[in-house]
Design a protein around this ligand. Structure first.
Ligand code: PLP
Length: 401
């Protein structure tokens, strides 16, 4: 008998499990719209040219080695990542009121932030939007925080439930942690307007809550790095505290390199220094220090004017292809006379479209059309191409009629 005989078979991860099912399907015409990773028009993963150039430089540089990084990672990467999200003239940067630690992509940055809060923050309660990226629940619960939700998406309008969101933020116990998607809300693709962000900021500050931004799509949503950082900058500009988890998975195509950063913005440089000392104590027993390769790529790209401008062009290219897929899908549905209002496909932002299709319709589309997507009706626009749009439109048309 095994010491693990008592173990039950665990279910697949609801998102990553879609790829497992997709891979098992022998049909040549199958389409995977479940995965949150960019694909080219040919359906292939993309390595950015600027990443290849940075890697070639790293390889050629004989002064580079593979020694351990410090506990908080590559200093140059940390500095430049913070400046990318906050802006180089941000008062928090200038006044040295923040600490940044290189972590294992967005997820690892969220998780380290959650561990830090569980150990050092008084209110052990975090509010997540409904709906949200499924992993948020587990990341915070596993760190020992209680998790509740606030209203975010309105099914009826397929837009933001702004009033509901403000009400729930106002009713949350003072000092609660409020998780916010910095841009391109996953899975809905619905973001607040700049005016609404200002209202949300006031509601959060009035109650003394602690905002925690998840920034997984900077530059990937609109094609502009600055525009996609607006919400975070609105909060940091008021001088208050906040947490920011940054990922370079999507915007630099570094998924498997696991490059990200956690920034904690404090009210003084003295506090920031003490925060950093405690952050190291949180990280050291978890994984000691982060990996060097991906962070070296990002530091090079962010630090070199030539590479940086090439990156912004390639980034915009990815964002634009996604936006063009929204138009193609919308047009294809109109051409078929598919019942319903599909303008939300055009209005939504970022990698995903929250179609409004229900679980039964999704299962029908997977069974009959071999289109793989999450059961909440979310499709990855980044996984679509001119070739697969007609098939998806046929499937949606058949599912709703
Ligand atoms: N947060 C959100 C909202 C996401 O959509 C994702 C990726 O899908 C992540 C965080 C984390 O991604 P990663 O850990 O690969 O950076």
């Amino acid at each position: 008998a095994s010491v693990f005989d008592h173990l039950e078979q665990a279910p697949e991860d609801p998102i990553l499990g879609i790829t497992v099912a997709y891979n098992k399907d022998p049909h040549p015409g199958k389409v995977n719209l479940g995965v949150g990773a960019y694909r080219t028009e040919e359906g292939k993963p993309l390595i950015l040219n600027v990443v290849r150039r940075a890697e070639e430089r790293l390889l050629a540089d004989r002064s580079k080695n593979k020694e351990y990084l410090p506990i908080t990672g590559l200093a140059d990467f940390n500095k430049r990542s913070a400046m990318l999200i906050l802006g180089s003239d941000s008062p928090a940067v200038v006044e040295k009121r923040l600490v940044t630690a290189q972590c294992l992509s967005g997820t690892g940055s969220l998780r380290v932030g959650a561990e830090f809060l569980a150990r050092h923050y008084g209110v052990k309660l975090v509010f997540l939007p409904t709906p949200t990226w499924g992993n948020h629940f587990k990341v915070f619960m596993n760190a020992g925080l209680a998790v509740k939700t606030y209203r975010y998406y309105d099914n009826k309008t397929r837009g933001l439930d702004y009033e509901g969101m403000l009400e729930d933020i106002g009713a949350a116990p003072s000092g609660s942690v409020i998780l916010l998607h910095a841009c391109a809300h996953n899975p809905t693709g619905v973001d607040p307007t700049p005016q609404q962000w200002e209202g949300i900021r006031q509601a959060i500050r009035n109650r003394g809550h602690l905002p925690f931004f998840d920034s997984a799509y900077q530059g990937f949503a609109s094609g502009s790095l600055d525009k996609d950082a607006l919400a975070v900058r609105t909060f940091v500009a008021d001088g208050g505290e906040c947490f920011i988890a940054q990922s370079f998975a999507k915007n630099m195509g570094l998924y498997g390199e696991r490059v990200g950063a956690l920034s904690i913005v404090s009210k003084s440089s003295g506090v920031a220094t003490r925060v950093e000392s405690q952050l190291k104590l949180v990280i050291r027993p978890m994984y000691s220090n982060p990996p060097i390769h991906g962070a070296s790529i990002v530091a090079l790209v962010l630090g070199d004017g030539d590479l940086f401008s090439e990156w912004t062009v390639e980034l915009k290219g990815m964002a634009d292809r996604i936006i063009s897929m929204r138009h193609k899908l919308y047009d294809a549905l109109r051409a078929r006379g598919t019942p319903g209002d599909w303008t939300h496909i055009l209005k939504q932002i970022g990698m995903f479209s929250f179609t409004g299709l229900n679980k039964e319709q999704v299962q029908f589309m997977t069974r009959e059309y071999r289109i793989y997507m999450t059961l909440d009706g979310r499709i990855s626009m980044a996984g679509l191409s001119l070739k697969t749009v007609p098939l998806l439109a046929d499937a949606i048309h058949a599912a709703v009629t």
